[in-house]
Write a protein that binds this ligand. Sequence first.
Ligand code: NIG
Ligand code: FE
Length: 422
Amino acid sequence: MPKLAGLLLVNIGQLLTLRAPVTGLRRSASLSEIGIIEDAAVLCVGGKIVSLGTTKEALRDPWLKKNRKKITEIDCGGRVVLPGFVDSHTHPVFTQPRLVDFEKRIAGAGYEEIAEAGGGIRSSIDGVRRASKAALAGKVLGALRDLAKHGTTTVEAKSGYGLSLESELKSLEAIRAAAKQWPGTVVPTFLGAHVVPPEYRGRSREYVEIVCKEMMPAVAKGKLAGFVDVFCDRGAFSAEETAHIFGAAAESGLGIRAHMGQLSETRIEPFLQFRPTSLDHMDNVNEADLPALAASDTVATLVPGANYFLGLSQYPDARRLIAAGVAVALATDYNPGTSPTISMPMAMSLACTHMKMSPAEAIAAATINGAWALRLADRKGSVEPGKDADLAVFDVEDYREIPYWFGVNRCVQTIIGGVAGC
Ligand code: NIG
Ligand code: FE
């Protein structure tokens, strides 16, 4: 019998739909709404979610009764199914792990001290500049496949270790080439303003001009990125330089996001006029900025993997942000210097244990608010008819086990565009 491009998941112990009575970004109490259906079923056709309900209801459906033999069926055996994670902050274009920095830090050196001694971001530049596009694409594809194995189906991917016109374009082209070979959704971001590269040391203004006048137009012309990111912090780019880059990004028609408040505090309110889609890290946020941030559509993306890997005792104050009504997302910040993990469940576990987010809040932050952080919430981040059929199956009975079991991968199946993969 010829099969239809359909997939039916039945006997789902808990389906986390992430549906909520509210529309828009999840803030405050609505961050805990994960819309559980027990003994659930989901029908996907043509890459989209078509219907959901209890397994009993699904099996009574007349269309399904007629077509059941023509569609692929997965018996979930009481496991938990949720929308595929949206990892809205990764840096996958690098060639080598930073093992010397790792040992230096264990021996007591700090992140900024290592960077000043030529380690850190600058130590990844050589590898990227020397690598071929194909080699970089291979690295990115490897990361995308690992991400999918852990339940992630949508990934934001930044350049930012090339830091010359040629190497930044090569990095973004590598992301594009890898994305073509991966069934999930990849959102590329241009991070030419990651740090000032060594050849422009002491001449950051000149480098910023190259980012804005040479790199950005080439990125926009080649449609190589949807967003521009800036590392706005001590040792990277100032608030003034960041505003200048944001202005150029807006002129080029690119979306805006930034690394903000990781090492030091920068006042946020002046940046909100640029309507950044997300501000990420947010370890240091001024109280006076919270009302304006909460009133905006800017997502605060928290990346506790970086705090963990840097051995910090302080984590971003998620409770303060959530209480203020700021929309909070979680991401891995996958990168070789501060967060070499592709695991969203690990980021969620850290968010629960160190940032006191509840498991439900962590799940919403890793799915629907991640989708908002990429402006993809119309297609991603929840299990609702019409949305993309991107799902993750976890071998657990209760959703709270997803952040509970840390350091193991309980994701047993990832479905992307209605196709069951790894
Ligand atoms: O998000 N803070 C800036 N960027 C990365 C770190 C990059 C690196 O050390 O390679 C981050 O933590
Ligand atoms: Fe980052």
